[in-house]
Write a new protein. Sequence first.
Length: 250
Amino acid sequence: MSKSTSVQVDVGAASAGDSACSFGQAFASAARALLGADLQVFLPGATQEPADSFVQSCEGACYVLHAGEDSEAAAWCDIETPLALAMACRLLGCEKSALLQQRPLTEVERRVAARAAEAAAQAADNLRAWRASPAAVGSGAPPDVLTVLRLGVSLGRSSGVLRLGMRKMSHAGGGPAAAASAGPIELRVTTEDFNVSDETLAGLSVGDVLATDLASDGEVIVRVAGVPKFAGRLGQYKGRRAVVITRKLF
């Protein structure tokens, strides 16, 4: 029996970079070194968001970040409580049973988990040294638009979302957040994955047709900065390929 290879058909993409993915990789590497544990990241994304909206929406452990000796806040980080608790417990050497408790972080745990927020800021902008401190939700937000980098993170049996909102970048452009704030966010339309045999893949040439499992009028997936956001159907508009959004995925 021949082996099969998973293939994803890309049917169109807007311009942008892989800033969110680069941020995810950089954070995962830094966090593994910090926590001394295997940590996985998934569904990276990047958006632009008003600062006051971002800060008001913080639901977990919220931190304000300063760059170097600057007294003015340059970023905010929101870590969902189960994830922040797992990170703090890892750093403090807590018993595993502590992670089973559904509770807010203690003040000590919040301050210790700030090291993860600093690692996130460093992964996004590595030209400046960062220091984080716990922040009250909704406090100190300037009337700016933030570059928001978002990651799903799993640590052991705990998981959650980490969001980093960057107010401004260092002038030399150090890190993924600089790329995210400098250009449009990637918009990509794909089919679902399907399989072909290794022999078929090796024998492909110009003019061959790959038939997918997707019906001609079936749904495609619209990904924003690599994150599946919408389902849609392919069509045409004024002589160009287009996608009609049919539903929101989450």
